[in-house]
Design a protein. Structure first.
Length: 205
């Protein structure tokens, strides 16, 4: 009896799913303003933290790509960011969305947006792992038993002294980085137009 073949996850479907989630959040992003009565200096601190988180998420994605590169679905990568969690690209994507939420200044919007993205990516990661478990068997099972899916375990970090990276894959993921970096000017534009009262908004804590 032949074993059923498990196909790799459809990456185009993953991207489209994330686009749909962000499109669903767009009305709240556009039509709400921060509702917490915080001092200006605290607001600026939260916004600056958000910008740093977005940048950190982008850099983290590049860091992850340096390790996985063209090796995706061909081996069980267990070094660098992959020694702390099984899907660091998703971890750093969530981090960027969290930063964007901080820039928008609403606790509820940040929690909702980050939680939705985390849920979607966690579900997608599970689907991807069906292929990885089928492809690599006990090797991936042992890795999954030791390393968490998305939330990192920093104490497990390990890396070789030298890592070879694939330039083509890095260049291709540069455009993904631009999407996340665009969250910074988008957040700033939202704040600018809302301050001008360019359209009606309602407070959201």
């Amino acid at each position: 009896m032949e074993t059923a073949t498990v196909a790799p996850a459809n990456q185009k479907r993953r991207i489209n799913t994330l686009r749909v989630v962000m499109a669903m959040m767009l009305p709240l992003i556009v039509l709400t303003r921060p509702g917490l009565p915080l001092p200006e200096i605290v607001i600026e601190l939260i916004e600056s933290t958000g910008i740093l988180l977005v940048i950190g998420g982008v850099l983290g994605r590049f860091w992850s790509i340096l390790y996985i590169g063209s090796r995706k679905n061909t081996m069980v990568m267990q070094d660098g960011p992959y020694s702390m969690c099984r899907h660091p690209l998703y971890l750093f994507s969530v981090l960027s969305v969290l930063g964007f939420g901080f820039m928008l200044g609403s606790v509820l919007l940040t929690f909702l947006m980050t939680g939705l993205i985390f849920y979607v990516l966690h579900d997608i990661a599970g689907k991807e792992e069906r292929f990885l478990r089928s492809e690599f068997g006990p090797a991936y099972e042992a890795y999954a038993a030791r390393v968490p899916r998305i939330l990192p375990r920093f104490g497990q970090f390990q890396t070789p002294q030298a890592v070879a990276f694939d330039v083509t894959t890095l260049r291709r993921n540069f455009f993904d980085a631009l999407v996340f970096l665009s969250l910074i000017p988008l957040g700033e534009l939202m704040e600018y137009f809302k301050d001008l009262q360019a359209w009606p908004t309602f407070p959201l804590y």
